[in-house]
Design a protein around this ligand. Sequence first.
Ligand code: ZN
Length: 319
Amino acid sequence: MTHTPNFPSRRAFVGQSLAASLAFAMPTRAATSIESDYFDIHVHLTQGWFGEEHGPLTAAQLLRWMDAHHIAMAAVLPLVSPEAFWYPVTTEYVLRETAAHRDRLVPFCAIDPRALTTHLIEKQPLVDMLRRYRDAGALGFGEHKPRLAIDDPLSMRLYEACNEVRLPVLFHLDNQANMDRPGLPGLAKVLGSFPDLAFIGHGKGWWSSISGGITQADLHVGYPKGPVQPRGAIDALMDEFANLYGDLSSSGAHAILRDRKFGEGFLKRRAEQLLFGTDYYDLTQRDFQQFQLFDDFQLPAAARLQITRDNARRLLGLT
Ligand SMILES: [Zn+2]
């Protein structure tokens, strides 16, 4: 079925809703009819906005949007760092708002690493806090988005605690959050330091690094155009580190579609390390290129299932 990025008619909506809930009740059906089985690794709930058309985005609205887009389950990410969003979306809020919908909404937790200088100074209280979040239902850590180097000592202490509690880390990378240099040497240090902890890359700096030959300024270009140049950092790091994954939300799908020949090969080659996601957070968002990937490219059924659902479920311990 061809995915329609805009909201369908009411008639189609009802039919798709039903299909989505039926599909969710039968998660193991044949690979040929998987449209209803997307696992979205990256969405947000919001509490308010600059105008009514943008939000708030409640759990009930999110679930209706997921039905319309054949998304069975989604990871709901807090945004706690001051640089991360217009206002903080706390872990506690995400845990509370998802509590009645845990069959479909998987909460993540987040802590700003600068809290490690003032309140969570010792390792054990930090580990204990992450454990409490995990015991309350959090299955991952993120969206990690502080204005610090990605390998800042504070973040390294945070990753160490995530490693101990077994919480995969989803990070945003550009020149304002989790900063790094072309080639992503800071990220390489992080990945090598915690080989058993999964890191999920997201954001313009991460996805511009699909191409080689980029500058520091390129790490802050949201939708770079033109063919992908050889020796991109993402391929090199994915070759070296099996604990590295890519989140296709937001600029991710564009990075695949900017150079279709490279993109199709990348999707097939990296099927074990890519996760479907949208970064839905605003009621006015309409065009999600992420669905186009699976309409435009003929992926083997197994690869498609890995990317759209199974990698996320495995990483979060849902299978
Ligand atoms: Zn996000």
